[in-house]
Design a protein around this ligand. Structure first.
Ligand code: C2E
Ligand code: MG
Ligand code: MG
Length: 682
């Protein structure tokens, strides 16, 4: 009962009821206070009754107006509250009163509305930016993953779903271990854990796997997320799939460091490794060897068969070489047909063994679809630190040694200081010769008569080139011809001499001085190896109206043996054209009898080293007489070179040698001098 009453008193009683109760209790009090007066003196009622009625009316009037006033006030507050509840935070309550409780209530309500408005606006902008953030994270192309402190995944964005192949329901609640491929080094995870435990961010690369098992590489930044008190409660991982970038980088790196044709390291990689070994050698007193390998006759294959075949040959050669070296050796292709090899051994015998293996790996030539090709290698070696302490010196010296190897009989050559001086001189010769050929300056044809030994009559004539350079003076053909051969100038030189010889023949003809014998012109294998040689020769002869029988080409025996297959091919073509061939310096070039027969030469010139003092040298006598009879048997003419004395001539004549060339009969002279002496005018 008391509780009910309290409840009624506290909450249920309307404010107007209170006022009614108050008015009634006032009236009751007035009536009660008047009751004794009424009982004691009835006449008093006359005066007190109107007063009492007025008092009651006044109480009722106050009660009514107060109720009316509070009703309207409360109604306004109610409507205001309803409008605020309906979301209107803009219209304030009119403030009719400046002071008093009601004004304070109204002011407080207006303040409350303003406060609410601010909070609402703030919340709304926060909500908008939160929505934007969520949208941005969700639509980001980078994968985002959020975990709780136990590393359980509680959020992943769309990019994560797309990249990993996991649906949200598959991954939420799991730990990121699900993504591990096992390929990321354990130290990476250790470092990650250590940093995160310290409350710091971690950034690194992980090799993860997708749902389908495929691997991918991603850069990951994991940042601890803190609550308003600063305590870590989440970890956010921002991930970028870099698999494609890494793949592109790898291929760029491969392109930068590897030769795409042979798959061997390229020059750049090799120089890197060389410099590294030099640095290591300097620190630890280490030694190593640099082998410079150059292919013999590659240019010819490339020129005649085209680059596609040339490339296939290089690929096979690279494979053969690679099979001979160990994994710690560095085999690289410098470019063209040049290869280099770095090995730790510096013992000449060991290097020799390896060089032999490399050379004999090409022994049977290379076989490709287009056919099989004979190919060889020349190898020059420079040792660190003996032959150089920097990459440039080592490479240059190995290259010089390689040139020596090319000159020799296919043997590996270790660099020697004397080679450098020779090479320096050769470089000077090559540069000046190139200029001389370009400008046609300082190059003069000489000619030397060949005679019939028995009669002394003119039986041939050989063009011999002379060169006197403005700056370096006269250089002997014995010096400049080998340089021209090695440095790729010989074909140009030979074409120059052939052209000049044809011009000479034509000039003599117009002067009525016909040469009764073929004019011999020296050529080198380098010219035979030129793809267009035969066509060019035909065109040249047509240009100067020179007939095939008017010229003869001389090629050294060693030149022929350098590339017998090509020599046979060209000699056959020359034979068809009707141009005769002479084998020069015979006896020095290790040719076989079978080749000699096939070469289809008309003349064999026995080298002057066998003729010199032949009357006193039994060994030379045997060789020369055997050669003469063999040559005659094969249906060719024998000519002895460098005949200087009567004794030499007498011996040769006695052996049945038909022809001779030498100072005894004639020295090489200017064309005009030769013409005056030997050419009858018609
Ligand atoms: P080769 O073709 O064997 O020429 C003969 C060489 O022997 C010439 O030397 C000639 O001057 C020399 N000679 C001739 N008779 C005697 C003699 O009785 N005694 C001595 N001691 N020497 C004699 P040269 O002119 O110095 O030429 C040297 C080599 O240079 C030539 O040897 C030839 O292989 C090469 N050569 C010269 N001119 C040309 C050319 O135009 N083209 C090419 N490819 N090679 C050439
Ligand atoms: Mg000659
Ligand atoms: Mg000769």
């Amino acid at each position: 009962m008391i509780a009910k009453l309290r409840h009624l008193l506290n909450y249920r009683m309307a404010f107007s009821s209170w006022l009614w109760l108050y008015a009634l209790s006032m009236i009751t009090l007035v009536v009660l206070s008047l009751l004794p007066d009424l009982a004691a003196n009835t006449s008093g009622l006359r005066y007190s009754l109107p007063f009492m009625i007025a008092l009651v009316a006044l109480a009722l009037f106050f009660t009514f107006t107060t109720i009316g006033y509070f009703r309207s006030f409360m109604g306004r507050i109610e409507r205001f509250a309803q409008s605020v509840a309906g979301g209107n935070l803009q219209t304030p309550l009119p403030r009719k009163l400046d002071q008093g409780e009601v004004a304070r209530i109204l002011n407080s309500l207006n303040d409350m509305q303003a406060q609410l408005r601010d909070t609402f606006l703030h919340l709304r902008s926060e909500e908008q930016s939160n929505a934007l953030l969520v949208q941005a994270i969700n639509q980001s192309t980078s994968s985002v993953m959020v975990t709780d402190l136990q590393a359980r995944i509680i959020y992943v964005n769309d990019a994560f779903v797309d990249n990993s192949g996991y649906q949200r329901e598959d991954i939420l609640g799991h730990t990121p271990k699900l993504l591990q491929s096992g390929k990321t080094p354990p130290e990476v995870y250790q470092k990650m854990r250590a940093l995160l435990l310290q409350g710091e961010s971690w950034r690194g690369e992980l090799i993860n796997k997708r749902r389908d098992g495929s691997e991918f590489i991603e850069t990951v930044t994991i940042t601890p997320v803190r609550d308003s008190d600063g305590a870590i409660y989440r970890y956010m991982a921002l991930k970028e799939d870099i698999t494609e970038i890494r793949r592109a980088q790898d291929s760029i790196e491969r392109l930068a460091y590897f030769d795409p044709l042979t798959d061997l390291p390229n020059r750049r990689y090799f120089l890197d490794q060389l410099n590294r070994r030099i640095a290591h050698g300097k620190r630890h007193k280490g030694t190593f060897a640099l082998l410079f390998i150059d292919l013999n006759r590659f240019k010819e294959i490339n020129d005649s068969q085209g680059h596609v075949v040339g490339d296939q040959v290089l690929m096979q050669v690279a494979e053969r070489f690679a099979a001979q070296v160990r994994s710690e050796d560095v085999l690289a292709r410098l470019g063209g047909d040049e290869f280099v090899l770095l090995i730790d051994e510096t013992e000449p015998d060991l290097i020799m063994g390896l060089a032999k293996r490399l050379m004999s790996s090409l022994r049977y030539g290379v076989k490709i679809n287009a056919g099989s090709f004979e190919i060889g290698a020349s190898i020059g070696v420079a040792l660190y630190p003996r032959h150089g302490t920097n990459s440039a010196d080592l490479l240059r010296h190995a290259d010089i040694a390689m040139y020596e190897s090319k000159r020799g009989q296919g043997k590996m050559v270790i660099y020697d200081r004397a080679m450098s001086e020779k090479v320096e001189r050769e470089v000077v010769i090559a540069t000046h010769l190139q200029a001389a050929l370009r400008e046609g300056k300082g190059l003069i044809l000489n000619i030397q008569a060949q005679v019939n030994l028995a009669t002394g009559a003119l039986s041939g004539a050989e063009i011999l080139l002379r060169w006197e350079d403005e700056l370096i003076g006269a250089v002997s053909p014995a010096d400049f011809i080998p340089v021209a051969e090695e440095r790729g100038l010989i074909a140009t030189l030979d074409r120059f001499v052939i052209e000049q010889s044809c011009l000479t023949l034509a000039a003599w003809k117009t002067q009525g001085q016909r040469l009764p014998v073929p004019l011999s012109v020296n050529v080198s294998m380098g010219l035979f190896e030129e793809v267009d040689f035969i066509q060019w020769l035909q065109a040249c002869m047509r240009r100067h109206q020179v007939e095939a029988k008017e010229i003869e080409l001389e090629i050294t025996e060693s030149g022929l043996m350098h590339n017998p297959a090509k020599a046979l091919e060209v000699s056959a073509e020359l034979g068809q054209m009707g141009i005769s061939l002479a084998i020069d310096d015979f006896g020095t070039g290790y040719s076989s009898l079978s080749y000699l027969k096939q070469f289809n030469a008309s003349k064999v010139k026995i080298d002057q080293s066998f003729i010199r003092h032949i009357e006193q040298d039994a060994r030379s006598q045997t060789i020369v007489s055997a050669t003469i009879s063999m040559v005659r048997e094969l249906g060719m003419k024998a000519l002895a070179e460098g005949v200087e004395t009567d004794a030499e001539a007498a011996f040769l004549l006695q052996q049945g040698c038909q022809h001779a060339q030498g100072y005894k009969y004639a020295r090489p002279v200017l064309l005009s001098e030769f013409a005056n002496r030997w050419l009858p005018r018609h």
